[in-house]
Design a protein around this ligand. Structure first.
Ligand SMILES: C[S@@+](CC[C@H](N)C(=O)[O-])C[C@H]1O[C@@H](n2cnc3c(N)ncnc32)[C@H](O)[C@@H]1O
Length: 133
C-alpha cells in the first residue's frame, strides 16, 4: 500500500485503528525506555500510540509519509508530528526508543537492511528498536 492509499483512506483507517489497544506491547517496549525518554513513532498513522506515549510522560516525535495522517496526529499531539517518508526523514535527535508498528512492512525487502541500519543509527547507546508487522 502506498502513501497515496493512506491519504485517500485516512478517515476510514483512523476510525478502524484509533481505538486498538497496544498496551501489552507498549509495556514491553517501555521497559527499555527511561522515564521521560524520547521516542520516535515511525509511521505513526493516526498518532494513537504517540498520544499514549505522551500520556505516559514520554517525549515523542511522530513521523509519517501521509499528510492526512500527520494532519490528524498534529491535531491530537501538538507540534510533534512530521510529514516525511522513511527514506527522507533525518534528524540530529537521538532516541531512546523507536516504535515502528505495522509501518516498515511498506519498505521493499531489498531496502530493508539499509533502512534498519539508518534507524539504528538514530538510537542512543542501549536504545530499543521495535518493528512489528
Ligand atoms: C498500517 S499503517 C500503521 C500506522 C500506525 N503505526 C498504527 O499502528 O496504527 C502504516 C503507516 O505507514 C505510513 N507509511 C507507509 N509507507 C511510508 C513511507 N514510505 N514513509 C513514511 N510513512 C509511510 C502510512 O502512511 C501509514 O500511516
Amino acid at each position: 500500500m502506498s502513501i497515496n492509499y493512506y491519504n485517500t483512506n485516512a478517515q476510514n483507517f483512523i476510525k478502524d485503528t484509533f481505538n486498538l489497544a497496544m498496551s501489552d506491547l507498549m509495556d514491553e517496549f517501555l521497559a527499555f525506555v527511561p522515564e521521560e525518554g524520547i521516542i520516535l513513532d515511525l509511521g505513526c498513522g493516526s498518532g494513537r500510540d504517540s498520544l499514549e506515549f505522551q500520556r505516559r510522560g514520554y517525549q515523542v516525535v511522530a513521523v509519517d509519509g501521509s499528510q492526512a495522517m500527520i494532519d490528524h496526529a498534529t491535531k491530537i499531539l501538538g507540534n510533534h508530528a512530521v510529514c516525511s517518508t522513511f527514506d527522507e526523514y533525518g534528524t540530529d535527535t537521538r532516541f531512546h526508543g523507536i516504535w515502528a508498528l505495522a509501518s516498515l512492512l511498506h519498505v521493499p525487502e531489498e531496502d530493508m537492511v539499509q533502512m534498519i541500519r539508518k534507524y539504528l543509527g538514530l538510537l542512543v547507546d542501549e536504545g530499543i528498536f521495535l518493528s512489528k508487522r
